[in-house]
Design a protein around this ligand. Sequence first.
Ligand SMILES: [Zn+2]
Length: 70
Amino acid sequence: MAPETPSGTAPTGRPCAICGKPAVQRFKPFCSARCADIDLGRWLKGSYVIPGEPVEDMVEPVPKRRDEEE
Ligand SMILES: [Zn+2]
């Protein structure tokens, strides 16, 4: 007989994206709510810093030398 596995805690076969422990179905791809929370925090932090659209205006092309001594 197979041991009873509480629904939602079955291992997914994948390592936790945060700590590398076996992730469980309920929190996949994480092993626990804690790791899921850590990832969420990172995600929110990232989205706070990174704007929705790429700001290409801030990236200047190759700076041109102004040779006015010609
Ligand atoms: Zn984890």
